[in-house]
Design a protein. Sequence first.
Length: 416
Amino acid sequence: MSLLTCQPFNYADFFFLISGVFFFFLQGLFNKAVASREWAVWYKSEQYCVFKGSSVDFGCTYNYPADYRVKILKWIKQEPKHIKPVYHSDPEQVDLSYRRRTELANEDNNCTLRLHNVSESDVGKYYFCFYTGQAGSEGTYLNVAVLPFRVRLISNRMDGFIQEGDRVNLTCETENCTPSGEQITWFKDGVPLPLIKLWELRFNPVSPSDFGNYACGLNYSAISTAPHFLLDVRYSPRNVSLTAHSARLIHNGNTLTLICESSAKPPARTYSLFKMNGTDVFQIGWGHNYTVPVVGPGDSGQYFCLAQNALGSQNSTVITIRVQGKTLRLRFTLIAMVCSKFLFLIRRKQPSSSISDITENLSNTVLTSGLESSQSTGSLHNLQVKLFFIYHFCLSVFDNILPHSAIHFLADCNIS
């Protein structure tokens, strides 16, 4: 049987242990530093994405021991079944598909390779190596952005519908990859948006005015070759209005039509019409149009309508309808009937005379009666003067109160 014993803590042993660990840690860093000054290759980026037909620089630096001299530099591309030399100190060693398309910086341990006229066949992994066969183990990958551009929608809505107030991003992309160092031009309904050069178009928040067809293209392009993307923004009813199909001041017995309209997407699903009576509000109808076939005094009042779709609703402003009675029109009608009868009696007394002859005769009668007043009674003179003025008053009634067609109708029936 063993016993567990506790020994006093030895600070000297602890310090010796920590010093040893720290020494080995520093030694490891030193060894890595020495190795980095010997055989090494560094790549500026692990991956590149460029447009087809453009050029790309594979940033690269390398190092080797001071007592060595490098005679051969080369870049290779890893193919599925073989190695393809894309650059070589001996140009005859370069693969035919890369000849006159590659050049090497080769200054101050700079192994940067420039590849011109990039094509889709250039996609793949590239490595730099020199005379001893020492190659950078990581390598760098080239990808080619294939046109045309395409626009992709980024939204937090799962149903795909865009609603006013949402946060929406439109991203310009190409097939395979999207170059990050290039600037582009955005188009809305075929018109360039010159102030926006980023690959992402942000709407925070989106509004109905953002509705349109969007596309992107190369920077400073006059047109876009990309398919258009329709940004369709849905919103609740707005600009709701209620209008009267007839004049606001109408008469008893007329027909009144009230029309409710709005701007909405999707269009308003329901319209409701309300009438206000003091502080009370009553719903009196539904639908886009509401017609009162025969209005009466009880139809006077204030009206408004409500438009609603799946996203919300909005009221119109209040309009006032006034219904006028027929008292004044009846008075005009009675006056016209009396005048018509008066003219009919005068016409019977002078059947062979026209209306103009009657007017002339009455005028002459009034003038001559003034000259012969000494030979006539005063009552006869007054009667002639009154008849003259009644006649002209009746003519003014027909000219100013009744419609023109009605004047001819009464004249034909009662005077001729």
